[in-house]
Ligand binder design. Sequence first.
Ligand SMILES: [Zn+2]
Length: 372
Amino acid sequence: MIKKASRLALVICLFLVILSPGLVQAQSKLTVLDYSALVEFPAKLNFSLSAESDVNITDIRLHYVVDRVSFAEVTSEVYIEFTPVTTVEAKWAWDMRRTGGLPPGSSVEYWWTVEDASGDRIETAPVRVHFDDNRYSWHSLTEGKVTIYWYEGDRSFAQELMAMAQQALDRLNRDTGAYLDKPARLYIYANAQDLQGAMIFPQEWTGGAAFTRYGIIAIGIAPDSLSWGERAIAHELTHLVIHQMTLNAYGDLPIWLDEGIAMYTEGMLGPAYATFLYKAITEESLISVQSLSSPFSAYAEQSLLSYAQSYSLVEFLISNYGQAKMLELLNTFKQGSSYDAALEKVYGFDMDGLDALWRDYVTRQYQPAEEK
Ligand SMILES: [Zn+2]
C-alpha cells in the first residue's frame, strides 16, 4: 500500500514536470527556473541551478545519490555558498580528482532544495544523470545479462568479445557454481592509453578494471589483441560475479580467493606466472596463505608470484574437492564469515591447514618427472 502511494506520488511528480519542464513554483514567487548537470568525463560533473523569488533566496542545497550497490542509501548534500539575493545562478562541480572517480556508464540521481527569506521551500524532482564517457561514440551489443559497449572495430569484433564473455561465464559456473545475477556492462576501450584516459588515478599496469558495485567493467582491447582480451574479459567478469555473489556488510573475501578464481577462469596459468611459481617452490620462498589474504605486494615479482599462487590454491581446491564445495565456500563468505571459519566449515581446515596441504600438493605437482 505504501509502495502504491509512493508510486502514485512519483507519477504525480513526473506529471508536474511534464506540465512545466524545469519550472517548479511554490506559493510565493520562489521559482526554480532551470537546473542541469553537465558531464565532463572523467574528471567532473557540473551541476547548475537558477532560481528567483520576490524576497532573498537564502539556502540552496544539492542532493545526490550514486547508483551502486550499498547497504544503506547514502545521500550526499552540498551546501552552496552564496550571498542572499532575489535571483541566483548556483553552480557546483563535483571534482572527481579530489574524491576518486566514477566508472563510465555509472549514474547519479540528484535534486535541489531552495529556500527563501519568507520560508518558502522548493524541492525539485529528482533527475538521473548518466556519467558516460562521451569522448567516444559507443555502439552496444547485448546477450543475456551482458552488454558490451565499444567504439573501435566492427560488429564482428564485439560479437567475438561477447562469445568470450559468455564462455567465461560458462566456465566459471562449471568450476564454481557461481553465475551472473545482475546485469554486467563491459566498456571496451581501443587500447590501454584510452582506458587510462578514462580513469582518475590511472596506474601503469591498468589493462582492465572491474567496478563491482556498479556492475561495470572497463578494459582496453585492441581489435588485434583478442587473445589478451579473452583473458582480461574472463578475469574482470569473474571479479564482478564473485563480488555480486558474496557481497555482504560484514566482510570481504580473502584476496587469494578473489584473484585465484579470476585467474582460474582465464584458463591455464600463463608461462611467466608458472616460472615464478616453480622458482618459489624450488627456492622455498612461497608466500603464506595468511599473507595472500591481504592486498598483494606492489613489487612486480612478489605480485606475479601472489597471482600465480592464488591460481594454484584455487586449482587445488577445485580439483581436489570439487565445484559444490567451492560454491559452499562462496555462500559461506556471503554470510560474513571470517577466513578461517569459512574454510574450516566447508573443508575442515583453516588457512594454515590449507597452506600445509597446498604446499605439499604444489611441490609434488612441480617436481621434475623423473623424481615423481
Ligand atoms: Zn584481478
